[in-house]
Unconditional design. Structure first.
Length: 315
């Protein structure tokens, strides 16, 4: 009875408890959904990275990559376009490719096209927009052109691996060519496990930050800001970065904004998000230097914005 009597005195209303608990529940739900969505692709990525580490040598890389910088970028973008990778799992693959001797500009070309133009993404985009080839085609063509431009700009500004201090440039073990296939496969699994735990912590941090922003930043406010053509593009690109959606599913979210924003803004959303988003940035920061990551983010943003802004009257 005493507890019942004192409760109204010390806790006059439980509204504050619900107002505090609800955002935390939303944060938890969004965080887990991002993590569950991303983990399978990260697992695929680290397995591919492990395969590259054990079965692909520097000599293989040197034979495959053209000496000409422009041709090397084109080739990397074509391979990325044919490679069904998510932006969550592409970072460990890129890290391993760079450590094996792939130039940083070629690796970035692969990283930008892999999650954006691969067959699964194109099919999902086609279906999301009512079996309309226009948006899917524009996403593929513009994304490919933008990736080439960004990679070329990176080749002019940066050389070397751009790995942060403490990241080794070569984990290869000598004499692996003499090992049996079973032993190589065992080594591949071990490298994949190490890569998974190494990259996983950055995925968790990125997923939490993305969930935090989604929970406490009002999407309605951002939508209200985007009532002008230019501001609508900025809002949609910001949403693409914050939401950190998987590239295989973001077209359905983009399609839901079709009645609110014009086609150029929707395209900006569809192209920017898969190339680089919140969780992807955190994962890149775990591998590459801060200056390089911020430069890539800025270059990708500006190139996408100005190209779509220029061609907007024709869309």
């Amino acid at each position: 009875m005493i507890i019942l009597f004192l409760t109204p005195t010390f806790f006059p209303s439980s509204a504050w408890l619900f107002s505090f608990a609800t955002p935390l529940l939303n944060l938890n739900t969004i965080f887990l959904s991002i993590l569950i969505e991303a983990l399978p692709f990260v697992l695929i990525g680290v397995l591919i990275a492990g395969f590259i580490q054990i079965f692909i040598t520097e000599q293989h890389i040197q034979k495959c990559i053209p000496k000409n910088k422009f041709l090397a970028i084109i080739m990397s973008c074509v391979i990325g376009a044919l490679f069904p990778a998510c932006e969550c799992g592409i970072v460990p693959i890129v890290r391993r490719l760079v450590s094996k001797g792939v130039p940083i500009h070629s690796a970035m070309g692969f990283m930008l096209t892999g999650p954006l133009i691969n067959p699964i993404v194109i099919i999902s985009t086609y279906m999301a927009f009512g079996n309309d080839l226009k948006i899917a085609g524009l996403r593929m063509i513009l994304g490919f052109i933008i990736a080439i431009i960004v990679a070329l700009l990176i080749s002019m500004l940066f050389t070397g691996t751009q790995f942060k201090k403490g990241i080794r440039t070569n984990h290869a073990q000598h004499g692996t060519a003499k090992l049996s296939f079973f032993k190589k496969s065992s080594n591949m699994v071990n490298h994949s496990i190490d890569e998974f735990f190494d990259m996983g912590k950055y995925l968790i941090i990125g997923a939490f930050l993305a969930a935090f922003v989604q929970t406490f930043v009002s999407t309605k406010t951002l939508v209200d800001i985007g009532d002008h053509f230019t501001s609508s593009m900025l809002v949609m690109m910001l949403l693409a970065y914050i939401l950190s959606l998987c590239s295989e599913a973001d077209a359905f979210i983009g399609a839901s904004f079709s009645s609110i924003f014009p086609t150029p803004s929707i395209l900006a959303f569809l192209i920017f998000g898969p190339m680089i988003d919140f969780k992807n940035t955190i994962m890149m920061l775990g591998v590459f230097r801060l200056k390089f990551v911020l430069s890539v983010l800025t270059i990708v943003f500006l190139v996408i914005f100005f190209i779509i802004w220029l061609i907007a009257p024709f869309l």
